[in-house]
Design a protein around this ligand. Structure first.
Ligand code: KIV
Length: 310
């Protein structure tokens, strides 16, 4: 029997590329239970070569954080290319005052939840698992053990925070088939050393250091670089200097892509809004529509606007 194809017309950013073959209709189930996966997706899964291709062709890469199965599935259905299971979950989900208290076991739990949610909807997003504070600092062997936990939880790549001092670790992991995303600028795991969540790379020496760190990490094998809270000019210069894609959060419009914390993007946070955050729920009636609005704004380069930049 031929299966009917369903186009998710209700999601404004859906196009032909994002047409999926749905699983057979299931009886309604409680708590938003997702349908079991049984039919192959017609979308191509996002891969490192695809991200690189997007970077080279100037197509903006979209990334959102997700910490659970349902939000991951909704973000994937909206067409986001990459999902970061960020250690920001410590603040967003656990109520911690920083990401320093997040453990590897917690990251494993949330990575598994996200990956389970994606598998159930034949998701195609590239999943990045964040290595938490203290899980890669001791030695490259410790980093390998920690990264293995997240890769076996279903992540496609791990992220770690820090500069050239991590080059040996990045090399060790990538040699062992663990793709690595680096993270420079405001690195929240260093909040106590940085003296708060402050814009980084403002002086010319700090900017030069960031660029040389970025080159060292790329040479060591990093395949993606998150740049957080730096002047837009530095975001642009770093992106132009590298061959790997950069993903900005408060790093200006010229990075290869953008990332936001899901809850920030939906305007769900109790405190003061960071300058680089935009509430995409404004003017939308559903979370799916807000995610689509974010994706569209990144792709058409209307986000980040000057008021979101340093
Ligand atoms: O943990 C996280 O969510 C992050 C992003 C803010 C880049 O590192």
């Amino acid at each position: 029997m031929r299966r009917r194809r369903r186009v998710y017309k209700h999601l404004p950013c859906f196009d032909a590329l994002h047409t999926v073959n749905p699983a057979p209709a299931n009886p309604a189930s409680p708590y938003g239970t997702l349908p079991p996966a049984s039919v192959p997706a017609s979308r191509r899964p996002i891969s490192l070569p695809r991200l690189r291709e997007m970077h080279l062709s100037g197509e903006k890469i979209t990334m959102l954080t997700a910490y659970d199965a349902t939000f991951a599935a909704v973000a994937d259905a909206a067409g986001v290319e990459t999902i970061l299971v960020g250690d920001s979950l410590g603040m967003v989900c656990q109520g911690l005052s920083s990401t320093v208290g997040v453990t590897l076991e917690t990251m494993r739990y949330h990575t598994e939840s996200v990956v389970r949610g994606l598998r159930r909807v034949q998701g195609t997003a590239w999943v990045i698992g964040d290595l938490p504070f203290g899980s890669y600092h001791e030695s490259r062997e410790q980093a390998l053990r920690s990264a293995t936990v997240l890769m076996q939880a279903g992540a496609h790549m791990v992220k770690l925070e820090g500069g050239a001092w991590l080059a040996e670790t990045v090399h060790f992991l990538t040699e062992r088939a663990i793709p690595v995303c680096a993270h420079l600028g405001l690195t929240p795991q260093s909040v106590h050393q940085l003296g708060g969540y402050k814009v980084q790379g403002k002086s010319s020496s700090a900017a030069e250091l960031l660029k040389s760190d970025a080159l060292a990490l790329q040479a060591a094998g990093a395949m993606l670089l998150v740049l957080e809270a730096i002047p837009s000019a530095l975001g642009r210069e770093t992106t132009e200097l590298l061959t790997i894609p950069t993903i900005g959060i408060g790093a200006g419009p010229d990075c290869s892509g953008q990332v936001l914390v899901m809850h920030d993007m939906l305007g769900v946070f109790p405190g003061r809004k960071a300058k680089f955050v935009k509430d995409f729920m404004q003017g939308q009636t559903t979370i799916a529509a807000a995610i689509c609005a974010y994706i569209r704004a990144v792709r058409d380069k209307s986000f980040p606007a000057p008021e979101h930049c340093f």
